[in-house]
Design a protein around this ligand. Structure first.
Ligand SMILES: Cc1ncc(COP(=O)(O)O)c(C=O)c1O
Length: 469
């Protein structure tokens, strides 16, 4: 072996990362995304940003922030333009008139197309998925249907202590909405003395067991936003349901990231957003899963039986929707939880991004790559001098089955601001969660092994720079 071969095989080298990229069957998909260039990130005006293109690979920013906001697929602006053309040339007929050669569904079918594409990503039957509203709004809609507290029986909602604030607020406000008190009805799972530590499944199960007879709903994140821990959804779901508890998962950080089998696991319900790993754009339409067992509509002697909910006309039967007769006839399945006619602008953007998921072959090859990518990032990080000198630690579990793409790096106190400033100056895009965590997430659709290498190099420099201050 020549010395350059030996060098390229050195696992910590840039050449090794490049070799991994060249063997990666999904590497070509990166060019389907508009990853900002360094010059674009430095721009201070829209016109300046527009003058730079992102085609030079040397100038591409190191974007490892798909856990917060995924980058824009190149196809999105094409599909949006087709949508604008349809609206401009067809007006209201765009709702139901199919246009030959158009890749877009009619607007009346756009949400169903999105549900069909999302269903395999979350492991659901298409009828169990609705593409609608936003994550927190969907959470409230689910709680309005399935949280029916009884102060003498089941009235508690269990969440984790580090729940994303919006989930905490939703659970707390639902309790208040039912004239109950969060001090007795909101249970937060927390490891005593270790508020930011990963929670073991056995500890979660022990909390469920403790409150089994008085709990109505368990609400947990599939992947914890701060630590990056991927919870054991099937085991926790099963144990909670055995205790008679309705189980809802917040999949904001799990959808499009890890393999999910919501139907197979018997999950009661779930919510997600589409601006992270699904790359649909900031604040784009969210999604909701309701297991078929929880969304049935039966009719006996003209009397409908279904889970009551906060409703709107879009959840009512398509056949009678325009009859304007004020009779709510819920569509069986998750679509029956819809309120309004959905934003086609949003759905067009989401569907464009989902075309790339299909092109990549779905979640199985993506997760396969993701496991390798994050493992490589971890290997490089653990080799850093600053890691061995304990300037920071990785708080995300090392076990691939307990994490998705994200690694959370907890810095020693006082380093965060200077490290983030340095990384930003170098056009390395990651995000921070106060007080002292940096989240780094290589997304398998568009990130490379070289991105991981370049991040680790810049991060090492950033720590040096921060310590000198
Ligand atoms: C875990 C988690 N839950 C809930 C939310 C809130 O989502 P939305 O603003 O779409 O309601 C977020 C947003 O980032 C999140 O990360």
């Amino acid at each position: 072996m020549s010395s350059s071969d030996a060098q390229s095989k050195h696992v910590y080298s840039r050449a090794y990362a490049l070799a991994l990229d060249s063997q990666d069957p999904l590497h070509g998909i990166r060019k389907d995304f508009l990853i900002p260039s360094k010059a674009q990130l430095r721009a201070r005006s829209l016109s300046e940003a527009e003058t730079h293109d992102s085609s030079s690979p040397d100038d591409t920013a190191i974007y490892l922030c798909g856990n917060s906001l995924g980058v824009q697929p190149a196809i999105t602006s094409v599909r949006m333009q087709q949508y604008f053309t349809t609206w401009a040339t067809q007006g209201v007929f765009g709702h139901f008139k199919p246009l030959a050669e158009s890749p877009l569904p009619t607007w009346l079918d756009a949400d169903a197309r999105a549900s069909d594409c999302i269903a395999p990503i979350v492991g659901a039957l298409p009828a169990e998925v609705a593409v609608m509203e936003t994550l927190t709004a969907n959470l409230h809609l689910l709680l309005s249907a399935f949280y029916k507290p009884d102060i003498n029986g089941r009235h508690k909602i269990i969440i984790e202590n580090q729940a994303f604030p919006s989930d905490h607020f939703a659970a707390e406000s639902q309790i208040l909405h039912h004239n109950l008190s969060p001090s007795s009805s909101l249970i937060t799972i927390e490891l005593p003395g270790l508020p930011q530590a990963p929670l073991s499944t056995s500890y979660i199960l022990s909390v469920i067991e403790k409150h089994a007879s008085t709990t109505a709903v368990l609400l947990l994140p599939g992947i914890q936003f701060y630590t990056g821990q991927y919870f054991d959804i099937p085991t926790i779901t099963k144990a909670a349901q055995k205790a008679g508890i309705f189980v809802i998962w917040d999949l904001a950080h799990a959808v499009g990231n890890v393999l999910l089998d919501l139907h197979g696991w018997g999950v009661d319900a779930a919510v997600w957003c589409s601006y992270k790993y699904l790359n649909a754009g900031p604040g784009a339409v969210g999604g909701l899963f309701v297991h078929e067992k929880n969304s049935q509509v039966s009719s006996e002697a003209g009397q409908l039986t279904f889970a009551n909910r906060l409703s709107g006309w879009w959840g009512s039967s398509k056949a009678s929707r325009f009859a304007m007769d004020n009779k709510f006839v819920p569509i069986p399945g998750a679509s029956g939880f819809q309120l309004s006619n959905p934003s086609i602008l949003d759905i067009t953007s989401l569907n464009a991004s989902l075309e790339i998921f299909a092109k990549a072959g779905g979640m199985v090859p993506l997760r396969e790559k993701s496991v390798k990518l994050t493992a490589h990032l971890e290997v490089l990080i653990r080799n850093m001098e600053a890691y061995t000198a304990k300037r920071f630690e990785i708080i995300t579990p090392s076990d691939k089955d307990q994490r998705g793409a994200q690694l959370s790096l907890k810095l020693q106190p006082g380093l965060l601001d200077a490290v983030m400033k340095y990384l930003e100056e170098k056009s390395v895009v990651v995000d921070e969660r106060r007080p002292d965590v940096i989240r780094v997430a290589p997304a398998p659709l568009y990130n490379s092994f070289e991105d991981c290498w370049l991040f680790v190099e810049a991060f090492g420099e950033a720590l040096h720079a921060a310590e000198k201050l």
